[in-house]
Write a protein that binds this ligand. Structure first.
Ligand code: ATP
Length: 774
């Protein structure tokens, strides 16, 4: 036996022994969990038998409340412990399959002994000796594995910095308790294992990367310095992966004070949510909250407006005739996404503080109860040193007080009497019972006619005023539509030409009038509304993650900062994938203005792991911005293939042929420029191959062969990518470069580009030796 075989035998023996212990623990845990579950079910069932209920007097009622509270606390405590047991059980079940993925041997300075540390997705301690048989990959000592090659190394433990020497780094692939592969490595994280992992086919779900986290990714995962962490990373550099492992890391590090629901991830679309939903559970953690910015806008404005979504806006920009109105919309979008527009709104708010708010009349039974002018006068009679929001609150209180007077006044009116007469038997009974409960009557009927009339009229008026009061409480007396529209009349852009601003104003006012809110107006509108009505901030979220951050405008970042005042932000993006090029995208640099410099950290990820060496070299050359070098991971594959066809029909035939020739890939994407083009291609292909069409409503990430518009393919990856038509007509404008780049960088193993007519210059400009022409 050579040394490797000896080592392998020893390691397998250790694994066997560890798994044996784990299995024993597992059955103990199972028994504990099951008995605790029985207890919980029984407590729930007998809840009311075990509390003493007596409501005879205040003292007894107080004791009853205490008894209920104690019983509820007892149950909650049991449930909490059961949840933990359940989690330990699930983790141990995973560990039994594959107890660890790495070993490091570390000799601490001043110590003679070399300690062997095994790293897995969770810690495992020998119940008899208290020895750590497996260390959680997030434990302080585990960072040695990610950060150092052999030689001197150190890590920060709770008690301070510990230095020493890393003597061995070994990696394993263990399946069903058996070592499938074992590598000893000298460099940071061995290439062999990474080769092995990256060479695999894609999955419908993103996978955790804990065994092969790279040094620069580890910096993202464990970073804790600033309030804002900006990660600028090239396509496929592991931004999303690092973000998710970071969530797992934070949940581990702050396990006593941080819950998964206090972490919120903004992702590019709902399909993406389904794509990443397995990563954290795979690591034994609960998923954080996930949403999209669109979802938030819809939730906040959806009742009042038809809110345009980003994809509709994008589809419009990509398909509309290249005329004056498209140009204007682009200018408007750019302007409305900028900090300058936010400043304009701030100035407008200063103006509104002194004059100019617009109110609605408050109506009651078709008549004006409060005229808008009256509301206006009251509002501006309040001390202008008080914020607008607080004055609105005072105004609300005043209106509700006035309503009390109205209530009294209305009771004697003719309509009330008429309504009483028409009360149905049920309604009459309803009021009667209500009054009886209040001990107003001792007998079965109203005994006194006048009293009856008085009380019934009171109820009738109250009932009729419910909607008015509700309206006042929800501030429907503020005419937000008109206030936003007025902004265009009263303000003047410093950068746009006068005429452009005027025309932008005209069409915005018209859209809003029709109850539609363009995507670029949704956040500014909401900002203005919240500044007037009071910002509904979320103080419970402690960490906000923004993936695909290049798609957010400066305005939206500012808004999010307001929205989550207590949160730390991790923002991940790639300026080369800024496909909404009409936005005022200024790079993630715009973000730096949000927090003070000392609270902001920046990390760049330049190594690309998703695609083969050949694909990365090809796609990198498409970029004009070559400030940062993109380093491909050394995984070989075929060069991208560029295929010329005579017509669209020929392209369709070519794609069918291509797909038949490709190996049995799990996922193939035919990426089109727009949803419109995707529909057409789908209709042409569906009779010949089994394809799914992905659109913005798709919630699940389908594997197999999909047809997808480029802007929806963001963040996801496929074994093979086929670009439908890379003609110069389709991809001519410079603004489409990033969209094209994003589409091509979705490919892991193979990239084929079809076109008819002239080839887009985005490909033509790439060195000829980097692709094959067919
Ligand atoms: N350290 C790693 N070990 C193994 N796989 C990795 C590692 N880093 C990244 N990957 C893999 O590379 C691919 C791209 O990762 P990910 O999607 O996180 O990148 P990204 O930077 O968010 O990409 P994009 O911006 O292009 O959407 C994934 O398949 C991921 O599993």
């Amino acid at each position: 036996m050579d040394q490797f075989e000896i080592d392998l035998t020893e390691e397998q023996a250790r694994i066997n022994s560890v798994i044996k212990k784990m299995k024993q623990n597992l059955s103990e845990l199972r028994a504990q969990a099951s008995s605790m579950k029985t207890d919980i079910v029984s407590i729930r069932k007998n809840f009311w038998e075990d509390v003493t209920v007596n409501l005879d007097d205040a003292v007894e009622a107080g004791e009853t409340a205490t008894s209920i509270k104690q019983q509820a606390e007892f149950l909650a405590e049991k449930e909490h412990r059961h949840k933990h047991l359940d989690r330990d059980f699930k983790n141990l079940t995973r560990l039994v399959e594959s107890p660890y993925f790495a070993r490091i041997d570390f000799k601490e300075d001043g110590d003679d002994e070399v300690e062997s540390i095994y790293l897995g997705i969770a810690s495992y301690i020998d119940q008899n000796t208290d020895e750590f048989l497996v260390y959680d990959w997030r434990a302080p000592i585990s960072s040695l594995y990610y950060d150092y090659s052999l030689g001197s190394a150190h890590f920060t433990a709770p008690g301070g910095c510990i230095s020493g020497e890393l003597k061995l780094k070994r990696q394993f692939i263990i399946k069903n308790g058996f070592i499938k592969a074992m590598f000893d490595t000298g460099v940071t994280i061995g290439d062999e294992l990474l080769q092995e992992v990256l060479g695999k086919q894609s999955d419908s779900q993103m996978k955790s990367i804990v065994a092969t986290i790279q040094q620069e990714q580890n910096k993202v995962i464990r970073n804790e310095k600033g309030k804002l962490l900006i990660v600028q990373g090239t396509a496929g550099s592991g931004k999303t992966s690092a973000a998710l492992q970071r969530v797992a890391y934070l949940l581990y590090k702050y396990r006593d004070s941080l819950e998964a629901e206090e972490i919120l991830l903004f992702s590019p679309n709902t399909m993406f949510n389904s794509y990443i939903r397995n990563v954290l559970p795979e690591l034994g953690e609960e998923n954080m909250q996930q949403t999209t910015f669109q979802n938030y806008l819809q939730h906040s404005l959806g009742n009042e407006f038809e809110v345009e979504d980003l994809f509709t806006q994008m589809e419009y920009m990509l398909t509309a005739k290249n005329d004056e109105s498209l140009l204007l919309r682009k200018k408007a979008t750019k302007y409305k996404s900028s900090f300058e527009y936010m400043e304009m709104i701030e100035d407008y708010l200063k103006y509104l503080s002194k004059q100019g708010l617009i109110f609605n009349d408050i109506l009651f039974r078709g008549e004006i109860l409060f005229k808008s002018e009256e509301i206006y006068s009251y509002f501006y009679s309040l001390d202008s040193a008080i914020t607008i929001t607080n004055r609105i609150k005072l105004l609300e209180e005043w209106l509700l007080d006035e309503i009390k007077k109205v209530e009294k006044r209305e009771r004697v009116k003719q309509w009330v009497e008429e309504e009483i007469q028409f009360l149905s038997k049920d309604e009459y009974q309803f009021y009667f019972e209500k009054l009886s409960k209040q001990k107003r009557f001792s007998q079965e009927t109203f005994d006194d006619y006048d009293r009856e009339q008085e009380l019934l009229s009171k109820y009738v008026v109250k009932r009729n005023l419910v909607a008015v009061k509700k309206g006042i409480k929800s501030y429907s007396f503020i005419n937000m539509k008109a206030i936003y529209q007025q902004l265009f009349e009263l303000s003047q852009s410093k950068t746009l030409e006068k005429n452009d601003w005027k025309r932008i104003g005209e069409y915005t006012v018209a859209e809003i009038e029709e109850g539609k809110i363009p995507y670029e107006d949704a956040t500014p509108f909401l900002y203005l509304k919240e500044k007037i009505e009071g910002f509904k901030v979320n103080t419970t979220v402690k960490y906000v993650f923004i993936d695909e951050a290049q798609d957010y405008s400066a305005f939206q970042f500012s808004f999010l900062k307001h929205l989550f005042p207590n949160a730390k932000f991790t923002v991940l993006g790639d300026s080369n994938q800024a496909i909404y090029a009409h936005q005022s995208y200024t790079g993630l640099g715009a973000l730096s203005q949000l927090f003070e410099e000392e609270k902001t950290e920046k990390i760049e990820l330049n190594r690309s792991y998703r695609s083969t060496f050949e694909i990365v070299n090809f796609t990198s050359e498409m970029l004009v911005n070559k400030d940062t070098e993109i380093i491909p991971f050394n995984r070989q594959g075929q060069k991208p293939v560029v295929i010329k066809k005579q017509s669209i029909d020929d392209i369709i035939n070519g794609i069918i042929e291509k797909i038949n020739l490709l190996p049995e890939y799990k996922s193939i994407a035919i990426i089109c420029k727009t949803a419109e083009e995707s529909n057409t291609v789908y209709e042409l292909l569906k009779g010949f191959i089994d394809v799914h069409l992905v659109d913005k409503r798709s919630n699940e990430f389908d594997k197999g062969i999909v047809i997808i518009p480029a802007y929806l393919a963001k963040g996801i990856e496929f074994d093979a990518v086929i670009i439908f038509n890379a003609s110069n007509t389709a991809y001519e404008a410079e603004s489409l470069r990033n969209l094209f780049y994003t589409a091509c960088t979705r490919a892991m193993h193979e990239l084929s580009i079809f076109y008819e007519g002239e080839l887009t210059s985005f490909v033509k400009d790439v060195s000829r030796d980097l692709y094959i022409e067919e």
